[in-house]
Design a protein around this ligand. Sequence first.
Ligand SMILES: Cc1cc2nc3c(=O)[nH]c(=O)nc-3n(C[C@H](O)[C@H](O)[C@H](O)COP(=O)(O)OP(=O)(O)OC[C@H]3O[C@@H](n4cnc5c(N)ncnc54)[C@H](O)[C@@H]3O)c2cc1C
Length: 391
Amino acid sequence: MPSVISTDILIVGAGVAGLWLNARLRRLGYSTVLVESASLGGGQSLKSQGIIHGGAKYALHGALTGASEAIADMPRRWREALAGNGELDLSGVRLLSEAHYLWSPGTLAGNLTSFFASKAVRGRVDQVKGQDLPPALQDRAFKGKVYRLAELVIDVPSLVERLAELAGDSLLAGQRIQPLKEGETLVGLRVDDREIRAQRIVLSAGAGNAELLEALGLNQPAMQRRPLHMVLAKGPSLKPLYAHCLGGGPKPRVTVTTHPAADGQWVWYLGGDLAEAEGVAREPEAQIAAARKEISNLLPWIDLSQVRWATLRVDRAEPAQSGLVRPDNAFLAEQQSLMVGWPTKLALAPDFADRVLGALERDGIKPGNLPALPELPKPPLAQPVWEQLLP
Ligand SMILES: Cc1cc2nc3c(=O)[nH]c(=O)nc-3n(C[C@H](O)[C@H](O)[C@H](O)COP(=O)(O)OP(=O)(O)OC[C@H]3O[C@@H](n4cnc5c(N)ncnc54)[C@H](O)[C@@H]3O)c2cc1C
């Protein structure tokens, strides 16, 4: 006999989207079960750069239309949560940088002129010089301009740990997921040998959503994957740097974030254009060579002789887009008791949760005063990628 559990909201996928939503629902008094098939945060979330975008980057290619986009409000909402007085209590989560920077090597490039003319950016960036420059750029040989964006960078491993704490007893390690139906109506999911009944089911499984939809006999909403080939560097000469380095094009030529390793060294995590199409086509050795060359050109005073390198291939999972991508809102689709979505950015996890809560409110779904859950097998926390690749 399968064991039967009843909960208000059943969530599948414990990346930042599922974990954040779960914590908010619990705070509002809902009973929840959050199912994870691998490790907490081990999908895209712990592979992300942890930048809490406010949308300034999109102004570079004109995709941000104005302050109405959800992303513009994200730094404030995260800041409040980190201070312990927001929608979640994330006090204790490590803030890596109060700001992310825009860095234009050489003289003010043409793209920056139009960038600063754009409405989305005006009043949100300040130029920094001298001792206010990020530590890695504080060298006499440094030329170029640096602007401070009002965007945070957070330590994602400590975020996932905190959200796992806020999940209390709701986490469930589970692999085999099948629909649980009464007639044609989806009333829950069968997870391994458990039947879990719920008022609503939310799929927030990142790249796993496509397969879950298939298991439920659905083919909408369609998903797309955007492959990236990221580079990691670790060595005693690397100092903190959180910046988009601008090239001529609409995308940052390289985006650098810096992460603390368990042995006290800093790890640089390199994305941006370097990790996109051409980078994806390169073999790991060629990708490392390209990254090394880029860093030597941009920051020639940094001694790379003791730096160790690694690469990481990872796909971004998003709703399929036709034409111009709208990167500045989370996405949620609904079908009766089922909701499926992607935050599209770590920064937009609060917006993803808003969309689910909005649907619950609209449908009058309230906490059902259910009995406490039995003890469930818990999924493990994922390890940071740099500890896996550059121990
Ligand atoms: C290299 C990289 C850098 C990024 N940098 C940033 C950044 O700086 N700022 C930003 O805002 N965004 C960034 N992003 C985007 C961000 O990481 C993602 O949008 C976000 O983490 C997605 O969260 P998620 O919870 O939807 O998915 P995920 O983190 O992928 O979580 C999905 C979870 O579902 C689980 N799962 C899958 N299938 C099943 C199943 N069948 N049953 C149960 N569980 C399942 C997975 O194991 C996983 O734990 C970056 C992305 C990448 C790839």
